[in-house]
Design a binder for this molecule. Structure first.
Ligand code: TYD
Ligand code: MG
Length: 446
């Protein structure tokens, strides 16, 4: 048999090379290649597997387990799926351990839960439990970092859920690399995925986020798991958003909202009320839009500030909305609306640290900018949504009726919407202003 040679794996991106080199060709990281022992070629005889017929597969194992936190359950797609692997990423200190200890405590009332801590001592976990008022819960806590030992413990205990806090602290005996390196993270995760799929135990992995904002370790981690959630917040804000970016068992882009309090995370069940700041009176540059995140509509406030440029290069900055989209909107406003912002700095922000990725934010952002430019407010009881096309047309967005219903529920009385989104019958006590061109829409910008 040919002698297998070592491979060199980039710790930053997971690329493999036959020889060591100073810089990774794939991601450009320096000094990131480490030697990895070759995987021994399989010497056992291979036996044929027996496939199952699609119509005979038992789906009952998919019945969901609720975590007791409805916001988390919704983001998961209706609760935890047995045998699923979920990755939760987020900055240090955002509240990942807090969230999971709360969920574990809820779950432990009816089922067994194993909470594995690789970062904190048992005492620290217990202190947090006291603070959260869940110290009486029957969560099994294990302070360990060896993935083989953890998997063996879980396999013999057979809990409903194993929580690993965090995946970057785990080490496998199969490898010599340090904890937190790409190879260790990948190996540990793959052993836990095997455990989940083989035993039906749900596994939640906590993953740290790097400076660049992705979960440290290889991107492959995101491919290995069923669900990827990000836990995020605005700097200095108590609000915490949990967002599904991938979900094999539910809608991606779903968000759950929590507030961090002295006694842990509290669910925010009516987030629309939070992301809309209640000014005493209408102010220029503020527009409320109905966004749709995942499966529910959400009211968020889009703010713009337009001011004389402070330098020869006017600034365009957007927080919570895509930067390129803003440049595009300003070009459309000029070409099709006759509004020039060439000599102006333009800042756009979505209140509360929400990120809106959908094009329904186009019209609100445009109206907010023009309202600020003209220094004329848009009436406070007005909501808006709609996509802006390069030809100056206002295009419809999905779920128009549902968005209007949410606006009515929250007490709004006027809606500026794409003409194609105007319902045939009045959806309720709201005046619909249907617009089909940018020029017409700007008449309503204060
Ligand atoms: P933690 O769950 O340890 O964050 P992570 O695991 O994501 O690193 O949360 C730590 C922060 O949360 C810390 O700054 C203190 C704060 N906190 C509260 O405000 N209230 C609480 O009840 C708890 C337990 C933590
Ligand atoms: Mg933690």
């Amino acid at each position: 048999m040919a002698k297998s040679r070592p491979v060199y794996v980039c710790e930053a991106c997971g690329a493999q090379r036959p020889k060591w080199q100073g810089q990774c060709d794939d991601c450009g990281a320096w000094n990131s290649l480490t030697e990895q022992a070759p995987v021994a070629a399989a010497s056992r005889p291979v036996t044929a597997a027996s496939p199952a017929r699609l119509d005979s597969i038992d789906e009952s194992a998919d019945s969901r387990v609720t975590t007791g936190l409805t916001e988390l359950d919704r983001v998961l797609g209706g609760g935890l799926v047995p045998g699923s692997v979920t990755l939760i990423g987020g900055d240090p200190g955002i509240g990942k351990s807090t969230l999971l200890l709360q969920a574990a405590a809820h779950l432990s009332a009816s089922s067994q839960v194993l909470y594995v801590t690789g970062e904190e001592s048992l005492r620290q976990v217990s202190l947090r439990g006291h603070r959260l008022g869940v110290s009486g819960a029957s969560v099994e806590v294990l302070a360990a970092t060896g993935v083989e030992q953890i998997a063996a413990t879980a396999a013999s205990m057979r809990p409903v859920l194993v929580i690993i806090d965090s995946i970057q602290t785990l080490v496998s005996d199969n490898l010599t690399a340090a904890a937190g390196t790409v190879s260790q993270v990948r190996e540990s995760a793959s052993q836990l995925v095997r455990l989940a799929k083989g035993s039906g135990i749900a596994v939640i992995l906590v993953g740290h986020v790097t400076k660049e904002g992705s979960i440290a370790g290889p991107r492959v981690l995101e491919h290995m798991v069923d669900t990827v959630l990000y836990f995020e917040s605005d700097i200095g804000s108590r609000l915490r958003l949990i967002r599904a970016v991938k979900n094999r068992f539910g809608a991606a882009n779903e968000i759950g909202v929590f507030a961090m309090t002295a006694e842990g995370l509290r669910e925010v069940s009516n987030p629309s009320a939070i992301f809309v700041s209640r000014h005493g009176e209408a102010v220029p540059g503020s527009v409320v839009m109905v966004a749709r995140e995942g499966t529910r509509p959400l009211l968020v406030e889009v703010q713009a500030l337009v001011d004389d440029a402070q330098s020869g290069h006017p600034r365009r900055l957007s927080v919570g909305l895509e930067q390129n989209r803003l440049a595009l909107l300003l070009a459309v406003a000029h070409r099709h609306g006759g509004v020039s912002l060439a000599g102006q700095d333009v800042f756009v922000n979505v209140v509360g640290g929400v990120r809106v990725g959908e094009t329904a934010a186009d019209l609100p952002a445009l109206l907010a900018a023009v309202s600020s430019l003209r220094d004329r407010p848009i009436a406070r009881d007005t909501i808006c949504f709609g996509e802006v096309g390069l030809a100056g047309e206002i295009r419809p967005v999905p779920f128009g009726e549902e968005r209007l219903q949410e606006a009515i529920k929250q007490g709004f009385r006027r809606a500026i919407v794409p003409a194609a989104n105007k319902p045939r019958r009045s959806p309720g006590d709201i005046e619909i202003i249907a617009v089909d061109r940018v020029a017409a829409a700007l008449d309503h910008a204060g």
